[in-house]
Design a protein. Structure first.
Length: 386
């Protein structure tokens, strides 16, 4: 399988990667999947805000054919490049989709399946990204220590560092990374992501935090050498809304609460481990059946939670109620907030279905979290043009 080299729309390659690992300026590590809504939300962020992000991107085949050369994987990478520009990011693999019946969709499923092939240290995956110098690879964990060793050696030879993503649902993959105890990572940069995945509304955060803390300490003891950055991520965005409240709710950002709980943990501090914040960018993180087409809904992220308004009267009514909400911030000028303003004012152009409102929510959330916990600079907003 051959993929075309990715040429950034700006005609630039991030050669900075060869000189340094640019994480010192990053304040937020969002987990994204290359889908239309997420790319649109990212593309409409102000450039100074994008500069604060180091996205952990899951590669998914672009579901619809587009004019021009290249297959579904090429199209996905191009869509992300158009949205994010010549900035460094980490690339991971999403699962192959099984719900696309078109010839293009089947081609995308085949391409993703081939990238998951473990042969010779995930050779197909490594070949895809080895010449794309803006990408830091996410290690594809499997049960074969030999395959893992080949993969890690290849990553380190590129001089870009690597990412290890450990998932709660897989017992943090500690058994799969245990062979790394025999590998000295020397002075290479290693980003270790502890993904709590979906955090339920009734889950005990202290219990989740204890599991995460134990996993962080265990991984820290397994790994040898390396300049390490530790990220905690998860999502508490709900899977349904009508059963919470049919019209309105204000929900806490539980992944931020969990992060605040752990970042000052004495065992982590004693181990000289400093946590960075990540999440799933206001997206439900677990597998679920196709979403039910419910009442029109407008979501409004705040720094510490989400507000939603639902209305059977339509998205315009939900947007107006959102604009009138006591927690509405009239100083917020990012693209998503401006779209709510225009909808509340009666202009519903391009906003008459739920899909564009997903991009609105993600855009506001990315903006909020990129500037959370630091000195918010109004210059990070730019004049909005639809």
């Amino acid at each position: 399988m051959k993929f075309r080299p990715l040429l950034c729309q700006y005609g630039l390659v991030c050669l900075l990667r060869k000189m340094s690992y640019p994480l010192d300026s990053k304040h937020y590590f969002p987990g994204l999947t290359i889908r239309e809504g997420e790319c649109r939300a990212l593309g409409h962020l102000a450039s100074p805000t994008k500069d604060l992000l180091f996205p952990l991107v899951r590669l998914q085949a672009w579901p619809r054919s587009k004019a021009g050369a290249g297959g579904p994987i090429d199209r996905s990478l191009e869509a992300f490049a158009e949205a994010f520009g010549p900035r460094p990011f980490a690339l991971d693999l999403a699962a192959a989709r099984s719900d696309l019946d078109s010839d293009w969709g089947k081609l995308g499923t085949t391409e993703i399946t081939q990238l998951h092939d473990q042969t010779n240290g995930h050779d197909c995956w490594c070949t895809l990204i080895q010449d794309r110098e803006d990408i830091t690879p996410v290690t594809q964990l499997d049960s074969d220590p030999h395959n893992l060793a080949i993969q890690i050696e290849r990553y380190l030879s590129w001089g870009r560092g690597l990412v290890i993503r450990l998932r709660r649902s897989r017992n943090w993959d500690l058994d799969k990374i245990s062979p790394l105890a025999l590998k000295d990572l020397q002075n290479h940069h290693v980003l270790i992501v502890f993904d709590c995945e979906q955090i339920g509304p009734k889950e005990d955060l202290t219990a989740v935090g204890t599991l995460a803390q134990n996993a962080i300490l265990a991984a820290n003891n397994i790994l040898k050498g390396g300049q390490r950055t530790y990220v905690l991520m998860g999502s508490s965005f709900p899977s349904s809304f009508a059963d919470i409240h049919p019209e309105y709710a204000s929900l806490p950002l539980r992944e931020r609460q969990l992060f605040d709980l752990l970042r000052m943990s004495p065992p982590l501090i004693d181990a000289s481990i400093s946590l960075e914040y990540g999440d799933h960018a206001a997206v439900y993180a677990a597998e679920r059946p196709p979403a039910f087409k419910g009442a029109p809904r407008v979501d409004y992220p705040t720094a510490s939670g989400w507000i939603y308004h639902r209305s059977n009267s339509g998205f315009d009514t939900a947007a107006l109620r959102t604009r009138q909400d006591p927690q509405w911030d009239d100083d917020l000028l990012c693209w998503g907030a401006q779209r709510i303003r225009t909808a509340a004012g009666g202009d519903m152009t391009g906003l008459k279905s739920q899909s564009p409102w997903v991009a609105v929510r993600i855009n506001i959330h990315l903006h909020r979290q990129a500037h959370a916990g630091g000195d918010w600079n109004s210059s990070a907003d730019e004049e909005w043009v639809d």
